[in-house]
Unconditional design. Structure first.
Length: 109
């Protein structure tokens, strides 16, 4: 049985709806590194593009260092990473920049 994605927080819910409206079709909770349980908030694996939405949980002791390790590994594996805040999602900036890079990478015509 397929694992259900974790519940969306407000920023993730907003970004997911924006992506759906613009037919960007991201994969949620993609595990990109064998042997690690690192999950990406939103990803386009064929384009090797990831979007991470940063929030309060990332300020928890130890979480910041683990996130840095995850992001560095992702980059070393040839992925592009975009990081956004809730404010950037709400303003539309996150969607605009994500859509622009997807077009640049040939993911949308």
């Amino acid at each position: 049985m397929a694992k259900l994605p974790k519940p969306l927080n407000e920023a993730e819910e907003t970004f997911a709806l924006q992506c759906k409206c613009y037919r960007l079709d991201p994969e949620r909770e993609h595990i990109f590194c064998a042997g690690r349980n690192w999950r990406l908030d939103f990803s386009w694996p064929k384009l090797r593009l990831a979007v991470e939405l940063e929030g309060g949980v990332h300020r928890i002791k130890g979480r910041f260092e683990r996130d840095i390790e995850k992001y560095n590994t992702l980059t070393m594996m040839g992925w592009r990473l975009l990081r956004f805040t809730k404010k950037m999602v709400e303003s539309g900036e996150a969607l605009e920049k994500t859509q622009a890079i997807i077009v640049q990478l040939g993911g949308l015509k």
